[in-house]
Design a protein around this ligand. Structure first.
Ligand SMILES: C[S@@+](CC[C@H](N)C(=O)[O-])C[C@H]1O[C@@H](n2cnc3c(N)ncnc32)[C@H](O)[C@@H]1O
Length: 194
């Protein structure tokens, strides 16, 4: 399973945001939706071997972890508005989708949970100042990629991930959008078939 974690500092934890204002009332829900799209969709198909966990830390009730699972997701299309609409439904607990799970846990609880899930869970923290990814021979199989949003990953959370098996990796000196990093990571893994 390929796994991504997006720390979304401002993402709304209430369904009361407007689909016409994802950046403002949604607390950069546009960014969140783009990351989910890039994590799960390829042309005409879903990546059934991938999931993405969004740690929403915006008002009014943070934190909330919203997980999208490619193997069980149904009826969602890859546009930002539709993905955001499903996040609204999930947050309101009115309509269920087997591939979207909402939980009232923190970033650190999520990390602990994934670390204890099985042998070999390895966290790659995406950080411009990390080890250049071009220098890595191969990515570990049970990898979880941890990304920050437009504000980056808070130091406190980064330090917490460092307690577990991890490496900081860089895609170079250009600061990319988190959603672009996800595409590059998939590309690297697709190339190497892991
Ligand atoms: C737009 S960047 C955030 C920029 C923010 N000012 C910071 O200092 O982290 C969003 C996230 O994408 C990842 N990222 C962006 N460019 C990267 C790069 N060249 N190498 C590794 N990760 C990168 C990091 O996880 C970052 O937190």
């Amino acid at each position: 399973m390929r796994q991504f974690i997006l720390y979304a500092e401002k993402a709304s934890t209430s369904p009361d945001f407007s689909l016409d204002d994802l950046p403002g009332s949604g607390g950069r829900m546009d960014l969140v939706a783009r990351c989910i799209c890039n994590a799960l969709w390829i042309s005409h198909a879903l990546r059934r071997d991938t999931c993405i966990h969004v740690v929403a830390c915006g008002s009014p009730n943070p934190p909330v972890v919203i997980s999208f699972y490619g193997d069980t997701l149904r009826g969602v299309s890859p546009d930002e508005r539709n993905i955001a609409a499903w996040i609204k439904k999930a947050l309101s607990r009115k309509r269920r989708n087997p591939g979207i799970i909402i939980r009232k846990i923190s970033f650190q609880q999520l990390i602990e949970e994934l670390a204890s899930e099985g042998e070999g869970t390895f966290f790659y923290i995406l950080d411009e100042k990390g080890t250049d990814m071009a220098r890595l021979k191969k990515l570990k199989e049970a990898s979880v990629f941890v990304l920050g949003d437009h504000l980056g990953l808070p130091e406190k959370e980064e330090k917490f991930v460092e307690r577990f098996e991890h490496e900081k990796i860089s895609l170079g000196t250009t600061s990319y959008l988190a959603s672009q990093c996800i595409t590059v990571l998939h590309y690297e893994r697709d190339k190497n078939k892991i």
